[in-house]
Design a protein. Structure first.
Length: 392
């Protein structure tokens, strides 16, 4: 339990770390130091003297430890959309004779949007084939060029069997890309053992890097030297400061760099990763399962109006619990008004994330009691709580 290392407002029960993690207490000072001592005092000298240019790889390795990746195989930078685009373009290039990208209807929409845009731009007759999550395994055939999946479903928390699907896809000759946005820092991962070619993810959820924190991409080390970058950015060049007019990709994972790194965001993320240095993911997972199971039991006993949307079996679930309620948006707004923070996903999903770094059993019990009161009194049934905001 590391709640004392986060700045969570007094009296708030924060169950939305799967959307945006809370502020690490050390991040404010770390960012201020970067601004004052590095940007302010060094100015452009910071790229060399403060090690700014090396930050994306250095922090990439720290994330790599959390996802079970070997050193030198994970790079931070840009956004998750860009990293999905990079991985998918590279994967398709590795299977030039195949035209099908397989994904599922539980995938996060941005991944599907990026796939749609890339395939349309390529104009080579590719197909994005979307099946129900439970049908992915059966849909893997020798037509598939790339299997593109989100490991943990953002709405329900349903978790794919990464190793089994990766093995089946590769046996069929496909390339595999995993989106770890709702997995990294939530469940134990071992990208080396999984043998998947690519993984991508964001750092503002369970890793608490802050809004707009950079994304990351993992490339399996044995294929990294041969991956052809679709986004041939300046900092992915082998020798960016030679200012060669022709692009030559950098060595290994360096070629997956694109634009100038966000140094202030990386400073905030680095402060958060300090918290993770002595965290055992198996212990985090065990505690997360306990908290999620407790919440399910409490809510089902107290709130019969709600229907469990997440898998009941913890082995098939990430670190979140979702319930269905036809007026779920209004009910969530009523809950937020009482300082219990979750969120809503259309059409009727109320989401709750359980992060043992700063959530304990007492938080779970109190949240369930407050939710019970809201449901019993119909406190959600007001125009105030039904008015949709831009972000749900």
């Amino acid at each position: 339990m590391k709640k004392h290392q986060f700045d969570i407002p007094q009296g708030m029960i924060y169950l939305d770390g799967n959307s945006l993690g809370p502020l690490p207490s050390a991040a404010t000072q770390r960012v201020a130091q970067t601004m004052q001592d590095e940007w302010g005092e060094l100015l452009i000298k910071g790229w060399n003297q403060a090690g700014w240019m090396q930050q994306p790889a250095k922090i990439g390795d720290r994330i790599g430890r959390i996802i079970g990746a070997s050193p030198g195989s994970t790079m931070t930078g840009d956004t998750l959309c860009i990293k999905v685009y990079q991985a998918l373009a590279a994967g398709l290039n590795m299977c030039p004779d195949r035209k099908v990208v397989l994904s599922d209807s539980g995938n996060f929409p941005t991944d599907l949007y990026m796939a749609q845009g890339l395939l349309k731009t390529m104009g080579q007759g590719h197909e994005l084939r979307i099946v129900d999550p439970e049908n992915v395994s059966d849909a893997i055939t020798d037509e598939i060029a790339v299997l593109l999946l989100t490991h943990v479903d953002y709405r329900t928390g349903r978790m794919h069997d990464m190793d089994a699907l990766t093995q089946k896809a590769q046996a069929a000759g496909a390339i595999v890309i995993w989106d770890l946005a709702h997995s990294t820092g939530a469940v134990p991962l071992d990208m080396t053992a999984s043998n998947a070619e690519f993984a991508v993810g964001c750092t503002y959820k369970y890793l608490n890097g802050g809004p707009g924190a950079p994304a990351f991409i993992y490339v399996r080390p044995d294929i990294a030297p041969g991956v052809e970058p679709a986004l041939s950015g300046w900092l992915g060049h082998l020798q960016p400061f030679e200012f060669d007019l022709e692009y030559h990709p950098g060595a290994g994972i360096d070629r997956m760099r694109v634009g100038t790194p966000s140094i202030l965001q990386l400073a905030a993320l680095e402060a958060s990763l300090d918290i993770w240095e002595d965290v055992d993911m198996d212990e985090i997972r065990a505690r997360s399962v306990e908290l999620c199971d407790l919440f399910i039991d409490e809510v089902e006993a107290r709130c019969p109006q709600l229907t469990l949307a997440s898998p009941r079996d913890a082995a098939q679930r990430g670190s979140q619990v979702s319930f269905r309620f036809k007026d779920g948006y209004a009910a969530m707004q009523a809950l937020i008004a009482q300082n219990v923070i979750g969120d809503f996903r259309a059409p009727d999903i109320m989401r709750f994330s359980f992060t043992p770094l700063y959530i304990d059993q007492q938080d779970v019990l109190e949240a369930a009691k407050i939710l019970q009161n809201i449901m019993q009194t119909d406190a959600w049934d007001t125009p105030q709580f039904k008015a949709r905001a831009a972000v749900t």
